[in-house]
Design a protein around this ligand. Structure first.
Ligand SMILES: [Ca+2]
Ligand SMILES: [Ca+2]
Ligand SMILES: [Ca+2]
Length: 698
């Protein structure tokens, strides 16, 4: 007898056009005197090239090997912001996924916020925007339930802002997984024959006493079925790796039984049914029952199908386990040997029954059997508790190979069969249901959150541009976030954005918009819950601002005062064809009813409707030709986009440096020191110089 070293599986191949304006539009405002004042903020020494950005684009190349149990080779990588420093206990939505040892993984330690996911079978590049103060990305690899993760320190990226992240195949990559039971004990059997203990089978469900007599696994859907050892022998369903036990087929919680206790239970993926073998105590005949996995019970003995296998009593003392072959045939055990029930012409009504006689090592009916993906039958030897394999349709039919086993006589064994763990792809978009965030929508597969699932941007601004402001940066404060719904190629189909005015500190009625460098014709529709009020903006048929040729411009409100603080604006943009994830979008405000008086972040280019004549006047030293915009003589900006939700803002007329106490060091270091200056850290704020912002919804 050959001894095979590997238990379950042999190695498998792993596989500007700008409009003109009149500069005298400006002089009606309280302006020029600010220029002549020497304010403290004017003494900041800002290094050349610093643009006050609080985020960076990181280029990731993600890939790696996949496990043997993965048949389509596709792996999902989810990307999270991760920083222990901020100590936010947070459990995210992967919570509860099963690891490959059947335990539950909880990611609840200081994880900050999901950005997006990709699914790939090789290696894929992805660009993500990351707040500069975030120190790590957490990347979680989900290989059809086999979970591993890596923390990527962003400091390692250096100036390149790119990294290659390669995952190795998990050590615990075992292909098929054997689940076994003994009394209430549940465990998996590892490749080396050792066992991993799982949570015990419950003592009761809905107040009904239970213990498992038999076990079956629906590998494709990660479902485990048990049959209660106590009358009326109900079928019990649970998710693999979870403890959501429930009786099948009844709302009342009592459970129809199958009418007899049995260790013989199996799930047949070919017809999505449960099967059981019954040795009828009265007639001695052997019946194969097909059981509805939804209904479960045998109400009035009305099985989906019952076949009297031999048409006569079989002289045998018992029947043991039942299992299903990869071609849908059924095998079951008796003390005489193992019977194989072959279907004829794929029809279970016509059966042929053959027998593999027991070797000397086997006596009695085997209660632990399962077929592994390479057509070998795993058998728990009921004499010595070892495990072995019967080659039933390979090179040496009938050959039995003994391997080290758990050393116990199992009450049942079932195989989680890797090759079935795929791949139902109901919407046929190439992303299996398991990974697809929209499993029934072929147009969508993934989400991307900006700045992150629970994060918000906060735009702070000075609205006297091109005159110098008072640098309290509270004239218009807007909070927003967006969700991009992407197709299987990670192109954006729908973009949803929620936006709220958090503060109005100036006297002007300002408007707010965002510009993308995309053709406006890609937008089929843009809708908003807020109707513009002031008649300043001309809208195109698709809802975008009209008059832009090579850019998409959306105006969220044209008068902050009529919208008011705290009112949320929700927008939906639909793209056709879907577009690449834009990374060069930026917000702008337009000042006091003048659409052409447009101010944005430092070194962002104005929209095609911005008035050129403002640039380079008063305090502004913009040089559009060289890409230098919205910069004062002292290299200060008029707008800053924070990548965080901010709870406090400088009080009226208080310079930002007297409220955010680390702003000076951040700015003078060119963004290298105190990258987290806007967060609520000890010593970072002077509370008496600050006021609370409106707190928006999450
Ligand atoms: Ca799909
Ligand atoms: Ca889909
Ligand atoms: Ca101000």
């Amino acid at each position: 007898m050959n001894i095979r070293k590997k238990f379950l599986f042999p190695a498998m191949a792993l596989s500007v056009m700008l409009t003109q304006c009149k500069v005298n539009d400006i002089v009606d405002e309280k302006d020029a005197d600010f220029d002549s004042k020497t304010t403290e903020i004017g003494t900041l020494k800002i290094p050349e090239g610093f643009n006050f950005s609080t985020s960076k684009i990181v280029d990731l190349e993600i890939g790696g090997a996949y496990s043997k149990r993965n048949a389509d080779g596709m792996v999902k990588y989810s990307i999270y912001l991760y920083d222990e420093k901020y100590n936010e206990d947070f459990t995210f939505d992967e919570n509860g996924l099963m690891s490959n040892v059947g335990t539950t993984i909880n990611y609840n330690t200081s994880t900050r916020y999901k950005i997006t996911s990709i699914v790939t079978n090789s290696s894929q590049s992805i660009k993500v925007e990351v707040p500069t103060h975030i120190e790590n990305l957490l990347i979680i690899k989900d290989d059809y339930g086999s979970i591993s993760s890596k923390i990527i320190p962003l400091a390692n990226f250096g100036k390149k802002s790119s990294a290659s992240v390669t995952f190795e195949t998990d050590i615990s990559d075992i292909g098929d997984m054997a689940y076994a039971e003994l009394g209430r004990k549940q465990f998996t059997i590892n490749p080396d024959g050792s066992t991993t203990q799982l949570t015990d089978f419950p003592e009761s469900i809905d107040g009904i006493k239970v213990m498992s007599a038999g076990l079956a696994i629906d590998s494709r859907n990660n479902i485990k079925y048990n049959v209660n050892i106590f009358a009326p022998y109900q079928i019990i369903k649970s998710s693999i790796g979870k403890e959501d036990y429930e009786f099948v087929g009844n709302a009342g919680g009592k459970g129809q039984g199958i009418g007899f206790p049995t260790s013989s239970l199996m799930y047949n993926d070919h017809d999505k049914s449960l099967y059981s073998i019954e040795l009828n105590q009265e007639t001695g005949n052997i019946y194969l029952h097909r059981i509805d996995p939804i209904f479960g019970g045998h109400s009035d003995k009305k099985w989906l199908l019952t076949v009297d296998l031999f048409g006569k009593p079989l002289v045998t003392s018992s029947v043991g386990d039942i299992t299903v072959c990869n071609d849908g045939d059924v095998m079951f055990s008796t003390p005489d040997g193992i019977y194989e029930v072959q279907r004829v012409d794929n029809d279970l009504d016509e059966l042929q029954v053959g027998l593999y006689e027991h070797t000397d090592e086997h006596h009695g009916a085997i209660t632990g059997m399962g077929i592994v993906s390479d057509n070998r039958l795993a058998i728990n030897n009921n004499n010595d508790g070892t495990l072995g394999f019967l080659d039933y349709e390979g090179d040496n039919p009938g050959e039995y190979t003994k391997v080290v086993g758990p050393g116990v006589f199992l009450s049942d064994l079932a195989i989680f069969r890797s090759k079935l763990a795929e791949f139902k792809d109901q919407d046929e978009d190439g992303i299996s249901d398991y990974y697809d965030e929209y499993p029934l929508n072929p147009e969508l597969a993934f989400n991307e959150y900006c700045p992150s699932l629970y994060g918000h941007y906060t735009v702070i601004s000075e609205d006297l541009w091109p005159s110098k402001g008072d640098y309290d940066f509270n004239d218009l404060v807007v909070g927003y976030k967006s969700k991009k719904e992407m197709n299987s190629a990670r192109l954006v189909v729908i973009r949803r954005m929620d936006l709220t005015i958090l503060h109005i500190g100036g006297s002007f009625a300002n408007g707010f918009g965002i510009k993308w460098n995309e053709k406006p014709s890609t937008v089929t529709s843009y809708t908003s819950t807020h109707k513009l009020t002031d008649g300043i903006i001309a809208l195109a048929d698709n809802g975008l601002e009209a008059g832009h040729k090579d850019e998409i411009v959306q105006i969220y409100f044209d008068n902050a005062k009529t919208l008011g603080i705290g009112n949320k604006v929700s927008t939906i943009t639909e793209y056709n064809p879907p577009i690449e994830c834009p990374t060069d979008a930026h917000a702008f405000i337009f000042i006091n009813g003048k659409r052409d008086r447009e101010v944005s972040f430092m070194n962002k280019m104005p929209t095609e409707l911005a008035g050129l004549d403002y640039f380079g006047t008063y305090s502004d030293v913009s040089d559009l030709a060289s890409g230098l915009t919205y910069q004062s003589k002292n290299k200060l900006p008029w707008m800053i986009r924070l990548t965080d939700e901010v709870k406090y803002i400088p009080s009226e007329k208080v310079k930002i440096t007297d409220a955010f106490l680390k702003f000076r060091e951040w700015a003078e270091s060119g963004g290298e020191s105190f990258k987290d200056w806007n967060l609520d850290m000890a010593g970072y704020r002077d509370a008496k110089n600050m006021q609370q912002l409106f707190k928006h919804e999450h």
